[in-house]
Design a protein around this ligand. Structure first.
Ligand code: HEM
Length: 141
């Protein structure tokens, strides 16, 4: 498997495990009222699952399997894919750590702004990377 896709897909699988742990904890807390602060982790669960797992898996498979860009550069400029990988994951991790902290103890607002900037950049650059590969598989390569 193409190395960049392996990074995306393995990281997505790790998020799947973590998201289910966090989601399980939130659900257990809803049932047993362990601690009223745990409910704050609900949006963390959503975003770990939908950004970390689903979006990342789709990006990885698309970068791997979509029609080639050209014979010389089958996947176009691969730096764009690495940019997406880095910014998506750093942005999501920032959110996962600092969104609850921001609510529990205050402060850290700038990390959420940075997280948003990174995740939005990740997806814009992903679309720029993949756009030219959405085409009829007409050429060999
Ligand atoms: C596949 C992608 C995404 C899905 C399916 C998704 C889903 C959700 C859901 C279900 C909520 C409601 C949470 C709640 O009410 O407890 C939410 C809240 C929110 N999401 Fe997303 N989200 C996605 C990506 C993003 C990204 C990339 C950003 C920012 C760059 C973002 C920013 C927010 C904000 C600001 C809120 C409201 C505040 C909060 O409850 O944390 N989301 N999202």
């Amino acid at each position: 498997m193409y190395i960049q896709a392996r990074y995306f897909i393995r990281t997505a699988l790790i998020y799947l495990l973590i998201a289910f742990l966090v989601g399980g904890l939130v659900l257990i807390n809803q049932g047993l009222q362990l601690h009223n602060r745990i409910g704050v982790l609900l949006p963390v669960f959503y975003h770990l699952l939908m950004v970390g797992w689903a979006t990342q898996l789709i990006c990885g498979v698309a970068l791997w399997m979509f029609p080639v860009y050209s014979k010389e550069q089958p996947r176009g400029d691969e730096r764009l894919g690495w940019f997406t990988y880095g910014t998506l994951n750093v942005g999501l991790l920032l959110r996962a750590f600092f969104e609850p902290l921001h609510i529990w103890v205050g402060g850290w607002g700038w990390t959420l702004a940075l997280s948003a900037l990174l995740q939005v950049s990740a997806i814009w650059v992903f679309v720029i990377a993949i756009w030219p590969r959405v085409k009829i598989r007409s050429r060999k390569g």
